[in-house]
Design a protein around this ligand. Structure first.
Ligand code: GLC
Length: 540
């Protein structure tokens, strides 16, 4: 494959930064854009001493009253002062691009903040020209909302507005009113805002809640089903995944296609992911597959999901994989197993970075960051406050990045917005950089190997184990390169016997292993794996 064939969002590795928690440059306890700029060399300085990622996705940095920590945008074309200024943003783009790092912005256009000027106008009177930019409706009788829809963060999706005597719709918090995509002015306004960032050199967007833009035109009630929370006690067939939504996504794709190498990745409902690829070329470039976030430590489950993905996508569509993000428990903790926890994290990383699809990393996973324990009094996340102790919210996966063993892990000189994990004296970038066996050293080697190995980026995928019990093994192949990935999910040594007819060669050399191997050559169709060994072999 020619070297210049590299397409960053297909062949590269994307790293999600939760800006509030990455690096604080001014001591106010909140991470910011200058803090990210200071750490760009950590992310990629062009050498294997750095992580080597090809793009960063920033969770929202726009002005916002922060009811949902930025996922409630009050101005789509500026930067929240907590994070810096537009000048800082320009510098970030420039400095990142110098290092070959692309910038992906979070784009929240299902809803805005209730403090957005559009909503302030919309709620000011029933005949305001922007009234119809949001979804307003009369109640279904005294004290009764228009229908039975439930908000993701709890309660009815409708909030009564005393001043104008109608309800407005919000699929999340009342502070996040849903925009009315049935009004073409909304379409125009939000696409204008996208130009603002495209013209500033942004390379891609992560489309928040992209499967909910349109709601049922008649606002029909959702049918009942069994479930624990009221939200789960209905089939969300009328508030999510309406066919008209695909029109917006096709328009977005057309807009992005006017610029070179721009990308959109969709956050869409589980069970509907394939639909948002359209014909493979006309909707999102990528859609998150959240199945892994719900998968226990069982190779059969992972194998099943990969197989579904491999067979279910339309031709030309490209998969992507993720193990952690800002909404779920960190996977290091989900898969923790006492003294084997680091070993499991390395197996998980190898799988994530060698499957056929774009890997998304979440800040801190490369050092094995654990889920933070947040005392009740310090919970910040709205659903955490509402449902504690049943559900403790998402703060635990958003704790400050652990750079070193200083107080507050080198994240801030002030008082951090969320407590720093107590393990930071041991689990941190500086310490792990000194240790060749650390999770961080392993991620670095893995990413740089991937970078140098076209088969791991673009190669075909062939599973070599039909019904895995304890191991996964698969081939990644291009015309002139074969790579074999073997993952032992258990604490017992294992021998994997392959059908020689399935292998392109019987001579392999170990390119990378998560344990130290005495012999880097493997001959024949049997491979011995140490407990929790992740091993990548190249055909010779
Ligand atoms: C997405 C985001 C989540 C946010 C929600 C509402 O699911 O990932 O963090 O709370 O949208 O915008």
């Amino acid at each position: 494959m020619p070297k210049n064939d590299f397409l960053w969002w297909r062949d590269g590795v994307i790293y999600q930064i939760y800006p509030r928690s990455f690096a604080d440059s001014n001591g106010n306890g909140i991470g910011d854009l200058p803090g990210i700029i200071e750490h760009l060399d950590y992310l990629n300085n062009g050498t294997p001493d750095s992580l080597g990622v090809d793009a960063i996705w920033l969770s929202p940095v726009y002005p916002s009253p922060m009811h949902d920590f930025g996922y409630d945008v009050s101005n789509y074309h500026d930067i929240h002062p907590d994070f810096g200024t537009l000048e800082d943003f320009g510098r970030l783009v420039e400095e990142a691009h110098k290092r070959g790092i692309r910038i992906v912005m979070d784009w929240v256009m299902n809803h805005s903040s209730h403090e957005h000027a559009w909503f302030v106008e919309s709620r000011s009177s029933r005949d305001n020209p922007k009234r119809d930019w949001y979804i307003w409706h009369d109640g279904g009788g005294p004290g009764k909302p228009p229908n039975n829809w439930q908000a993701v963060f709890g309660g009815s999706s409708w909030t009564w507005d005393e001043a104008t005597g109608q309800y407005y719709l919000h699929l999340f918090l009342p502070e996040q009113p849903d925009l009315n995509w049935r009004n073409p002015e909304i379409h125009e306004a939000l696409f204008d805002e996208l130009h603002f960032w495209l013209d500033r050199g942004v390379d891609g967007f992560r489309l928040d809640v992209a499967s909910a833009y349109y709601k049922d035109a008649e606002l029909r009630n959702n049918p009942f089903r069994l479930g624990l929370r009221p939200y789960d006690r209905q089939h969300h067939i009328h508030d999510w995944n309406q066919p008209e939504t695909h029109g917006v996504i096709r328009d977005l794709r057309k807009l992005l296609d006017q610029y070179p190498e721009r990308m959109a990745v969709g956050e869409v409902s589980r069970g509907h992911i394939v639909e948002y690829y359209g014909n493979g070329q006309d909707e999102f470039h990528l859609n998150f597959n959240f199945d892994f976030l719900h998968q226990s430590w069982d190779p059969r489950g992972f194998q099943r999901m990969v197989q579904q993905w491999e067979t279910g996508l339309p031709p030309g569509a490209w998969p992507c994989y993720v193990l952690s993000n800002h909404d779920v428990t960190r996977h290091y903790s989900r898969y923790a197993a006492g003294r084997w926890s680091d070993a499991r994290a390395k197996v998980a990383a190898t799988m994530l970075l060698t499957l056929r699809g774009t890997p998304f990393l979440y800040y801190g996973e490369e050092i094995g960051m654990r889920q933070g324990r947040i005392p009740h009094a310090q919970i910040q996340d709205p659903p955490g406050k509402r449902y504690w102790p049943l559900y403790k919210g998402r703060d635990g996966c958003r704790t400050p990045m652990q750079w070193n063993d200083w107080p507050n892990a080198g994240f801030t000189t002030g008082s951090p917005w969320l407590p720093v994990n107590a393990d930071h004296p041991l689990v941190n970038v500086a310490a792990e950089s000194q240790d060749p066996n650390s999770v961080l050293s392993f991620y670095r080697r893995l990413i740089w190997l991937r970078k140098a190995t076209p088969a791991l980026q673009r190669g075909s995928y062939t599973s070599l184990i039909g019904q895995p019990v304890g191991q996964l093994a698969y081939l990644r192949q291009t015309e002139d390169q074969a790579v074999l990935v073997c993952l032992n999910f258990f604490s017992r040594p294992a021998t994997v016997e392959f059908d020689p007819a399935m292998l392109p060669t019987l001579g392999w050399r170990v390119l990378l292993s998560s344990v130290s191997r005495e012999d880097d050559r493997v001959l024949g169709s049997r491979i011995e794996l140490a407990p929790f060994e992740a091993c990548i072999l190249g055909g010779v």
